[in-house]
Structure formats: C-alpha cells, structure tokens
Design a protein around this ligand. Sequence first.
Ligand SMILES: Nc1ncnc2c1ncn2[C@@H]1O[C@H](COP(=O)(O)OP(=O)(O)O)[C@@H](O)[C@H]1O
Ligand SMILES: [Mg+2]
Length: 359
Amino acid sequence: MTDAPVTIVIGSAGRRLYLIDWFRAAFDTLGLSGRIIVAENDASSAAASYGDETRLLPRYTDPAYGEEVLRLVDEVEPRLFLTANDFELMQLHVNSGIADALRDRGVFVPGVSAAWQVGCADKLRMAQMLEDVDVPTPKTVKGSDLDLLTDVGENGEFVVKHRFGSRSSGLAVVTGGDVDEAVVNSAKSVPPRADRTDPRDDVVVQPRMPGSEYGVDIVSSLLDPGPLTGVFARRKLRMRAGESDKAVTVDPGPFREASGKIARAAELSGLIDVDMFLDDQGRASVIDINPRFGGGYPFVHLAGADVPLYYVSQIFGIPIDEGWNQYEAGVISAKYQETRVTARGSQEISDSSTAVEHT
Ligand SMILES: Nc1ncnc2c1ncn2[C@@H]1O[C@H](COP(=O)(O)OP(=O)(O)O)[C@@H](O)[C@H]1O
Ligand SMILES: [Mg+2]
C-alpha cells in the first residue's frame, strides 16, 4: 500500500452500492489506499453512508449546486467525479458547465460532449443525432407531427413514450389506428416545461422494433476520449421499474460498429449504457442512450468485465492487462433486494402526514 490516500467522488449512487464496492475492490487490487466520498442530496439514501465519507450536495435544481460541487472538489481534491444520475449529469455538463471547470482542476469527469448530453435527454434530438452519424435508429416523430409517420398501417405496431422521459415513462405499445389516442394519453403525464404550448410536442412515436432487446455498455479511455476500448452486451430477459432485472451476457460483435460510431461522435470518455435491438439479420439499431453507469452494468461486471478497475488504473497511472474488458458470454444474473440502516435517532413520526416519496 502506498501511504497517501487517493480520493474519488461518487455522486447520486442511490441504490447502486455495488459501484462503491467495486471501486473499493479496484483500489485493493492496485494496492492503493483509496478514499471514496459519496455525495448525495438525501442524507438517508442507501448509498449516503456507504462510502468512506459523506458530503451532502444541494438538489441539482438549486442554483447553489455548481458552486457547492466546486467547493467540495477544492476541499477533498478527488481525481474522479462520477455520477449515476441523469439530472446531475445535465447540471455538470450542460447547465452549469462545471464539468470543464472540474477538468481544469485535474478531475476526470466521465461522459459525453455537452451536445450529446442534451441529446441523451431528448429522444427526438437523439434520433436525429444518430441518423447524422449513420447509426440505425427507429424513425422518431413528435406526437404533434403524426403526419410525418408514413406507412401507419392499421396493423403496424408503434411505441409511444415521453420525449424527455426515463424509466419507461409514458410508454405504450399500440397498433396504427390507436396512435392518436395513445399520444393524447401519454401527453397527460408529461412534466410541465417552460415555453411549451402543445404537450404532444413532448411525446414521441416510433415504429416498434422487431427482434430482441439488448443493453450495451460502451467504453472509451478517460485519457484519450473517442476511440472504443470496450463493448459489453447482454440480452434483457426481464425488466423491473424501467431497469434490467435479469439478463444474459452475449458476444458484443454485432454491436461494435454502432458503438464505435457513437463513441467517436460523442467524444466519449468512460462508460455509457445504450439500449439496442438486434433484428433477424443481426443488424443493431439504437433506441436510447444513458450517458453513465446504467442498471445493466452489473450483468457484465459479474461475467468478468471491470470498468472501475480500468478507471482507477488510468487515473492513477497503474498499468493493468486487457482482462478488464473481457467477459464470459452466456452468464445469466438476476437482481435481488437488500436493505440497510441509514440513520438513527430520527425524529420522523411514523404516522406523520408527510408524503411518502415514490421513485
Ligand atoms: N421503438 C421501440 N421498439 C421496441 N421497443 C421499444 C421502442 N422504444 C422503446 N421500447 C421499449 O421501451 C423501453 C423504454 O424505452 P426507452 O427508449 O429505452 O426509454 P427510457 O429507458 O428512457 O424510458 C425500452 O427498454 C424498450 O423495451
Ligand atoms: Mg432505456
């Protein structure tokens, strides 16, 4: 063990305690004395007290958020600032632009370019960006532009979903004749947005892709963004709360070409999670990109991939062999539930009328 502890910050890990475990394991493997600071908004979340130290950050919507992140970074001097939350990524890379300020301080902030970060949150824009770089993706139109959806036969199947959604929000699968009604229904639950007049503008419609659905993690170097250094794929066997719940690892070959194009165009550094379909001819098309560790990473990690080890080795300049991007195909894993105490002496009254949080 070297003496001086090295520090990383993991933000909004929420329920993903395995990420903290696997970064700890990476420090151990490389013989580093590492300190993991968990930054959360909710002091009693499962992850908040699971790191070596906890720091509370304001909500991402709070104007003080950017300033507080910089204050935290100046205090603890991490080499990596990682977050598993889409809203926090948007704050870091786009709204506050502090991802660049962090990089100027020598902190690695994995992710995609600001333009792709915006695209990842907007399914209409993403479809356009993917088409522009020749990555197959279903034709995507706004709920208010259904006349652009050619070939709407009565029996063709379509997917209706929230344009800025996540975790399958506003999702419906319908046949051609029912698209109008499904758009109106989905539009009822879109969140409010300034300057938007027609809520159907925030709903998108796509043809339903044939074939099976896969989750693909694609990885680029933190030191040299763009070129691919890893592609890991699993076929989704069961979904729960918008996340893969059971999956089987598969050969990444069919996904490599689309992954390479995305990584290059998005100036990728680190890992992102991509939803793809594979048709009968083995052609991949992309339906969704989550620019962070997604809920599907555990399935490839448990089959042998090790992205936390790759990150730590790159950041601290300790060479490792290529084993980190190898995994075994045909491994099935399933998630399960755990619970841990996250606060004591709380004054919360059990029958209080305060609202229960639904996530
Ligand atoms: N065009 C499509 N064809 C087939 N299935 C789809 C399509 N779009 C979405 N789905 C299904 O709906 C799920 C959620 O859609 P997705 O675009 O990934 O949005 P998000 O994960 O952001 O809610 C997908 O995982 C997939 O199972
Ligand atoms: Mg998705």
